[in-house]
Design a protein around this ligand. Structure first.
Ligand SMILES: *Cc1c(COP(=O)(O)O)cnc(C)c1O
Length: 344
């Protein structure tokens, strides 16, 4: 790995971050706060939230098995996807490599930041080798994006190839495990000490059932987390979100129950799809959705939409011709979808 200084944009490396009133006051006990030009009325909404979300990170740390200093929290994973571009990639000069097809936000953020995006096509089993990824890299490649379980294909990317990428690439490897809670594989975040060039992404939006509160997580070395903290908006996670996330963490056994139910439903749906005359193939999945090749994805999509049932049409995505991506819903939603497809 190159040194973090070599990988970081010089202006970011030397950045003196904005220092907020709440940043400068920390730890000591006080009861009169006249430092932040807040309104004394309308508690508790009158106060700026903790810019580093320390209580939330402390609770999260117990669930994720990662110390607080190795955790970044952002306004959805979206923020944690954008920050590596802003920290590491010189616009118009640097580039990133990613598997293809995958989650669309990596490319959107590359385009916004004027960073060249180099997709590497998966094979017919939706897999990739480290060698193929590294072959696309040059001196200006700062990031490699690996989504596992991958969206929209659903499968985990071969673990040995991810490890090889981590150990052979001299830049930063970002592993997006948004669907990790549904996966049979263990998370890479438990191996943080081994890989100083790794960033692992998790989210509250999927298994945790909190897409509305916009809370994403990045796990990485303390040095990378410090960079992110320097560049992020000072109060990037609002107080309502922090409060609601603490509540979700206190009720985390609900999450385990939801996941178990969704995995049972996933198996039931896959078996039912395999029997549909309109379904050609169901691809293996480790997520809360599956990709299905249909006889005519566009027509079936339109038919379902007319019935008030929305699925994701992926037919125009590379390697996903005639494919629909089906999210696992609750039992009655899933039954409605099956009933509609059976009378198609
Ligand atoms: C849904 C999803 C996310 C979650 O994004 P948030 O901004 O946290 O809601 C992240 N990565 C992938 C691959 C996803 O599919």
């Amino acid at each position: 790995m190159k040194s973090l200084e070599q990988l970081t944009r010089p202006n970011i490396w030397s950045l003196a971050p904005y220092s907020s009133a709440r940043n400068e006051y920390s730890g000591r006990t006080a009861h009169v706060f006249l430092d932040a030009n807040e309104n004394p009325y309308n508690a508790p909404f009158n106060r700026y939230p903790d810019p580093l979300q320390l209580e939330l990170k402390k609770q999260l740390s117990k669930v994720k098995g990662v110390p607080p200093e190795y955790i970044f929290l952002g306004n959805g994973s979206d923020e944690a996807i954008d920050l590596p571009y802003r920290c590491f990639c010189q616009p118009g000069v640097d580039n990133v490599v990613a598997i293809e097809p995958t989650y669309g936000m990596y490319k959107v953020c590359a385009d916004i930041n004027d960073v060249e995006y180099r997709p590497v096509l998966l094979d017919n089993h939706y897999q990739i080798t480290a060698e193929q990824l590294l072959a696309k890299c040059d001196d200006h490649t700062k990031l490699i994006w690996i989504c596992s379980p991958n969206n929209p294909t659903g499968n985990n990317i071969n673990r040995d190839e991810i490890v090889k990428t981590l150990t052979s690439f001299d830049g930063i490897v970002i592993i997006d495990e948004a669907y990790g809670d549904f996966s049979s594989q263990r998370s890479f975040r438990t191996e943080l000490p081994k890989y100083p060039n790794m960033i692992v992404l998790n989210t509250f939006s999927k298994a945790w059932g909190c897409a509305a509160i916009r809370l994403g997580m990045a796990f990485a070395s303390k040095e990378i987390i410090s960079l992110f903290n320097k560049v992020k908006y000072p109060y990037n996670v609002n107080a309502l979100t922090q409060q609601q996330a603490l509540e979700a963490l206190a009720n985390r056994y609900e999450v385990d129950k939801w996941v178990r139910t969704l995995l049972l439903e996933r198996n039931r749906m896959i078996e039912a799809f395999k029997l549909l005359p309109t379904c050609v193939e169901v691809y293996p999945t480790d997520a809360n959705f599956f990709l299905a090749k249909m006889t005519d994805a566009q027509r079936i999509y339109d038919y379902l939409a007319a019935e008030g049932i929305i699925v994701r049409n992926r037919t125009r995505v590379q390697l996903c011709y005639n494919c629909l991506r089906i999210t696992i819903g609750n039992k009655s939603e899933n039954n409605e979808l099956l009933a509609a497809l059976r009378k198609y």
